[in-house]
Write a protein that binds this ligand. Structure first.
Ligand code: FO1
Length: 312
């Protein structure tokens, strides 16, 4: 069994690579839900949908989010009627949000709805929200406290960030299947995908019991750096690190994860950082452009974890 912690586009890419080299029953993708929000009366879970569409082979490859083969009649009509269109929702994508919203309102849990949608989309690996409780990432910026999607999409990550808050995390219960997997002797590794540590991984770690269960788990924990040569592959990671007073480097992400990491995979371009990282470092090509890149990085991560396991 492999657990992958994922959020955002980078996380989904490595989750896809792992899903291509592992039997489906051996992979559990635990997804950040701090980006979730209610919009146009719909309950939207972007990181779950990015992983789901990616594993189903339906993701828009250029954008990294939403579906390929989309049409935009809903958005065009919203525009003509004066509705909000800053958060782009394709026609096929809207159907998923409507189905999920209705089922959540009827009392189903987010994980139950996600499991059923994954089955309907033919996805083998388990895709599990980090919790079924409500957690919302908010950011203190020079434009005041902002909800996540307002910051990320509406304002295109332009505001200067000074603090993050994961509202509801302290009261949330981690998903039981996630906790059970961490305690399972058959667990071979926990992979922290190359997601933004602040907005994609730390919401998961902020849920009571998660960090302790990870420190206690017998399997090695290995992260892939989301930074290559001081730059984020996608999104505001480097900008956010600078604004939070951190050096935007592969090494400072490792320090951020601190006591959790047994292994850390960085790009060849960041070889000089090896000396500043406590965890056991593996150098690899971490830029994933092709499907082969995704699979190759997944294989490198699992091979590194196998060596670490023997050392634990
Ligand atoms: N990101 C954008 O930059 N612009 C959008 O209009 C947008 C729409 C969208 C719709 C559905 C969905 O699942 C994701 C969407 N995203 C959009 C991406 C989303 O904001 C981010 O992927 C995550 O919240 C951060 O990883």
């Amino acid at each position: 069994m492999i657990i992958a912690l994922s959020g955002g586009v980078g996380g989904a890419k490595l989750a896809l690579g792992l899903s291509r080299i592992l039997p489906p029953e051996d992979l559990m993708v635990v997804v950040n839900t701090g980006d979730d929000f209610e919009h146009l009366g719909l309950s939207i879970s972007p990181d779950i949908d990015t992983v789901t569409y990616t594993l189903a082979g339906l993701a828009n490859r250029e954008l990294g989010w939403g579906r390929q083969d989309e049409t935009w009649s809903f958005m065009e009509t919203m525009e003509s009627l004066g509705g909000e269109t800053w958060f782009r929702l394709g026609d096929r994508d809207v159907a998923l949000h409507v189905v999920r919203t209705r089922r959540l309102r009827a009392g189903e849990s987010l994980s139950a709805v996600t499991a059923d949608l994954c089955k309907r989309l033919g996805i083998g690996p388990r895709v599990i929200p980090m919790t079924d409780d409500r957690v919302r990432t908010r950011l203190r910026t020079d434009a005041g406290w902002l909800d996540f999607q307002d910051y990320f999409v509406n304002r295109r990550c332009e505001p200067v960030v000074s603090e993050l808050a994961f509202e509801g995390a302290a009261q949330a219960t981690p998903h039981p299947a996630f906790m059970a997997a961490l305690a399972d002797p058959a667990l071979r590794a926990v992979v922290i995908c190359p997601s933004n540590p602040f907005i994609s991984v730390e919401p998961i770690l902020a849920i009571p019991g998660v960090r302790a269960a990870m420190v206690a788990c017998a399997a090695p924990i290995i992260a892939v750096s989301p930074i290559i040569a001081g730059r984020a592959v996608k999104g505001p990671t480097a900008k956010m690190m600078t604004e939070l007073g951190l050096d935007p480097s592969a090494g400072s992400v490792a320090h951020r994860y601190a006591d959790l990491l047994d292994g850390y995979v960085i790009d060849h371009a960041d070889m000089a950082e090896v000396v500043s990282i406590d965890a056991r470092v593996t150098l690899a090509q971490t830029m994933m452009t092709t499907l082969e890149d995704r699979e190759a990085l997944a294989r490198t991560v699992l091979d590194a974890a196998a060596v670490l396991r023997r050392r634990k």
